[in-house]
Design a protein around this ligand. Structure first.
Ligand code: NAI
Length: 255
């Protein structure tokens, strides 16, 4: 039997209707957490909940857009009403707009990326910290950044990179400000991970595998389950002294 590091704890995952967020919901539930599966599309969230339940776990779906401050506050409140506390949060919701150099970037695309990846994360983080610092056990938060940003650049994704570099910076600042409140905050910076987001226009999964064989010292893309395991470590008591860190999970791509 695997370790049960999150038994009786409540874990909130944003962007949990697909990709890394869905893997996170499954991984936290497998280790005993009550999972709040949040995102914009109810049907996708319910699919995640069904997968968690099939595996014997506990999860509820909550529709919430991270760019909506009142909605995010209500999301946190609802999680506490349902399960009694908010012990873990993973701010995973994110979008990418790729393909144009900075000079050709439409301000609307820039704004959309910043609204979700940076402001949305700020709003969620703020609501989560406010809850966690007010409850006896405190809490722990992991933000999903990217190796594109604080660790590397690539043409065509500069707005996305800037938003993700800011996530790492926001993580350090918030971690410093709130560790004394019993709230421990870190981030992860995955490299190319096997989700729809990392496919280039028109690229197949086989095409991505061939690309990563060339580009990654490890020779392959990262799996969603691998990102989830790293997040669970950071959220667990095993990482008690790890504060404000940004864990790169990219097979050595940015070394
Ligand atoms: P994904 O597109 O499957 O997941 C992103 C999720 O966020 C989706 O379910 C989407 O509906 C949700 N979302 C987007 N805007 C939202 C909003 N305003 N409110 C609530 N939910 C919203 O892609 P993936 O790959 O699972 O991405 C998860 C996170 O990992 C993102 O932050 C992404 O930037 C990051 N990441 C992904 C990498 C990859 O190679 N796939 C590499 C590095 C970081």
């Amino acid at each position: 039997m695997s370790a049960q590091r999150f038994t009786g704890r409540t874990a909130l995952i944003t962007g949990a209707g697909s990709g890394i967020g869905r893997a996170l919901a499954l991984a936290f539930a497998a280790e005993g957490a009550n999972v709040v599966v949040a995102g914009r599309t109810r049907s996708a969230l319910e699919e995640t909940v069904a997968l968690v339940e099939e595996a014997g776990g506990v999860a509820v779906a909550r529709v919430a857009d991270v760019t909506d401050a009142a909605g995010v506050d209500a999301l946190v409140r609802g999680a506490v009403e349902r399960f009694g506390s908010l012990d873990v949060a993973v701010n995973n919701a994110g979008i990418i707009r790729a393909g144009r150099s900075l000079a050709d970037t439409d301000p609307a695309d820039w704004q959309a990326v910043m609204d979700t990846n940076l402001t949305g994360l700020f709003l969620a983080l703020r609501a989560e910290i406010r809850q966690m610092r007010a409850q006896p056990g405190g809490g722990t938060i992991v933000n999903v950044a990217s190796n594109l940003g604080a660790h590397a650049q690539k043409p065509g994704v500069t707005a996305y990179s800037a938003s993700k570099a800011a996530v790492a910076s926001l993580t350090r600042g918030a971690a410093l400000e709130h560790i004394g409140d019993g709230v421990r905050i870190n981030s992860v910076s995955p490299g190319v991970t096997r989700t729809a987001m990392s496919l280039l226009p028109g690229e197949s999964e086989e095409g991505r595998a061939a690309r990563m064989k060339e580009q990654s010292p490890l020779g392959r893309a990262v799996t969603t389950a691998e990102v989830a395991r790293a997040v669970l470590y950071l959220a667990s008591d095993d990482a008690a002294p790890v504060v404000g860190a940004d864990l790169v999970i990219d097979g050595g791509t940015t070394l």
